[in-house]
Design a protein around this ligand. Structure first.
Ligand code: PGA
Length: 240
């Protein structure tokens, strides 16, 4: 099981220090689950230092594809690696919806990050309109196939997919375990990598979602911002 906390644009270095100290104490001795936190860029260094003595990995939330170059405001995956970052999210739906991320640019970012030696959690998922129009399968298939074309077989072990239906992110509406399972089975049929579910995962619904056969973990947004709820989800995962 893999549980990743996506902090989005929350927690500067000071809050990160306090959070990681408490998480360290709380997750001591936890087995059977890999835990990742994804702080915003300015807090990565602090998180890496605070969690160095733990098994908790630190991932970024995005990365460019080039090693360096004239790309103002972008961050190189090689530089993240140098900092001690273990991996990165790519193509989170907020990147796709708000910042123009496309299947093509996502594929470039995934390829560059894997080439740099990072792990990648690549996000896919349909919008509410797409689900209502019966297009869920076609959309998810298109997104996963765009990822598949750029991943070399030897890099597959550093890739995971997060299935995050856009209508379930930050809304309190969770996909039913059956809806999640159906999408995860589709994704795993296209690409044999771990598939995390994301979208309003909370301590109360984690067990039901994580018990689905093709659900290998969770990408947690809101509930990852409090040590107590995040640690509880990690504990549920360790028993699933
Ligand atoms: P949420 O966010 O858990 O707050 O719905 C999930 C995500 O955006 O990764």
């Amino acid at each position: 099981m893999l549980i990743a906390g996506n902090w989005k644009m929350y927690k500067g270095p000071n809050e990160t220090r306090v959070f990681c100290a408490r998480l360290r104490a709380r997750l001591h001795h936890l087995e059977g689950v890999d835990v990742i936190v994804c702080p915003p860029y300015p807090s990565l260094h602090e998180a890496i230092g605070m969690l160095a003595v733990t098994e908790v990995a630190v991932f970024a939330q995005n990365a460019h594809w080039a090693e360096d170059g004239p790309f103002t405001g972008e961050v190189s995956p090689w530089m993240l690696r140098e900092l001690g970052v273990g991996g990165t999210l790519i193509a989170h739906s907020e990147r796709r919806q708000l910042f123009g991320e496309t299947d093509e640019s996502a594929a470039l970012r995934i390829e560059g990050s894997l080439d740099a030696g990072l792990h990648v959690i690549a996000c896919v998922g349909e919008t509410e309109d797409e689900r209502d129009a019966g297009e869920t399968e076609a959309v998810v298939r298109r997104q996963v196939e765009a990822i598949r074309t750029v991943v070399e077989d030897e890099n597959l072990e550093r890739l995971a997919i997060a299935y995050e239906p856009v209508w379930a992110i930050g809304t309190g509406r969770t996909a039913t375990p059956e809806q999640a399972e159906e999408a995860h089975a589709l994704i795993k049929g296209l690409l044999d990598v771990p598939v995390l579910y994301g979208g309003s995962v909370k301590p109360e619904n984690a067990s039901e979602l994580l018990s689905q056969p093709n659900v290998d973990g969770a990408l947690v947004g809101g509930a990852s911002l409090e040590v107590e709820s995040f640690a509880t989800i990690c504990e549920v995962a360790s028993r699933s």
